[in-house]
Design a protein around this ligand. Structure first.
Ligand code: TXD
Length: 321
């Protein structure tokens, strides 16, 4: 049986870690595309030369030519620029929308049957644009954000409670921005509500609520916290690991339930927009959106996030995309 093939569009910080994790997990052969001459070739050569040590036979190659992504089962897109000092959000939106448009055309032409995971920011707008330009079925175009935001939230909970993060289940819904919605009520440690564990730890309901609020706020700001420390770019290990988990669920038809930026067709009261919600990821891509029952406050927070995503999408349409 032929090995699966994964194309990475963008060979920057996240692209490099993606290639390395995919190869070491032997998920499939990797082709890294970038517009910068020699960059993807150099990066992948370096990774491939570690194959003896890491113990993988998967091929890892770089290219500046879209035709080399032909036959890819999965395409993961990180192409774009991160925001620099002095740039407005519009500047980032226009630049990355132009890049995403060219990427969508390239992927449509050379990997028309692939399933696509987008990481580039502003995420919800970039996923919307890729689907529009490529015309791919909506179940085959999705964005990575919720997996990472949920992993950050889970890590903070595990550190606070002193338990293994493997036993923490916590999910973040909504757009990838300040309006994201960490779901406190559903957060649990192997079925035990996190709030209950916090109340037991502090023997004080108000204190427990304060601690949870701090974790929720940190989750919302977590991307910015890393940017502030790194000073020259944004998080790249955790976004790459998150997208690989999504790709693996699709390639191995694991049917994991993952918070994914996916196309909504009436679910959560939203029609024809991309939004971060839990979904089953399997061989068909997004196979089913899971609808959670939300209380009044949770629904209000999600509505606020939906509004932000709609505004961003409209802003992009007004700019001619
Ligand atoms: O969770 C998430 N979704 C995110 C998203 C978390 C962190 C960062 N997130 C966003 O991912 C970030 O704001 C950026 O928009 C992307 C990629 O982040 P990365 O840190 O990998 O950025 P780099 O290192 O600048 O890499 C981008 C690469 C770089 O090598 C460019 O040469 C390339 O993109 N690039 C292109 N590749 C292909 N085609 C075109 N047109 C192109 N233009 C630039």
């Amino acid at each position: 049986m032929a090995r699966k093939k994964l194309a990475l569009i963008g060979g920057g910080q996240i692209g490099g870690v993606l290639a390395q994790i995919i190869a070491s997990k032997q998920l499939g052969d990797v082709v890294m595309f970038d517009v910068v001459e020699d960059l993807p070739q150099g990066k992948t050569l370096d990774i491939a030369e570690a194959s003896r040590i890491s113990g993988f036979d998967a091929k890892v190659t770089g290219t500046n030519d879209y035709k080399d992504i032909a036959g890819s089962d999965i395409v993961i897109i990180t192409a774009g620029i991160p925001r620099k000092p002095g740039m407005s959000r519009d500047d980032l939106l226009i630049t990355n929308a132009n890049i995403m448009k060219s990427v969508a055309e390239g992927v449509k032409k050379y990997a028309p049957n692939s399933i696509v995971i987008i990481i580039s920011n502003p995420l919800d707008a970039m996923v919307t644009l890729f689907q529009k330009v490529s015309g791919f079925p909506t179940n085959k175009v999705m964005g990575q954000a919720g997996m990472l935001d949920s992993s950050r939230f889970s890590s903070f909970i595990a550190w606070e409670l002193g338990v293994s993060v493997k036993d923490v289940n916590a999910m973040v819904l909504g757009g990838h921005g300040d309006t994201m919605v960490p779901l406190v009520r559903y957060a649990n440690v192997n079925g035990v509500p996190v709030m209950e564990m916090l109340e037991r730890k502090y023997k004080d309901k108000t204190k427990a609520e304060k601690v949870m609020k701090a974790m929720v706020d940190r989750t919302k700001q977590a991307g910015g916290e890393v940017v502030k420390l790194l000073k020259t770019g944004s998080a790249f290990f955790s976004p790459a690991a998150s997208a690989v988990a999504m790709a693996q669920s699709i390639l191995d038809d694991e049917k994991r339930v993952i918070a994914t930026c996916c196309y909504l067709n009436g679910e959560y009261g939203v029609k024809n927009y991309y939004l971060g919600v839990p979904a089953i990821l399997g061989e068909k891509g997004v196979e089913k959106v899971i609808e959670l029952s939300l209380d009044k406050d949770e629904q209000a927070a999600l509505d606020n996030s939906i509004k932000a995503v709609k505004n961003l999408t409209k802003e992009m349409a007004n700019l001619g995309f």
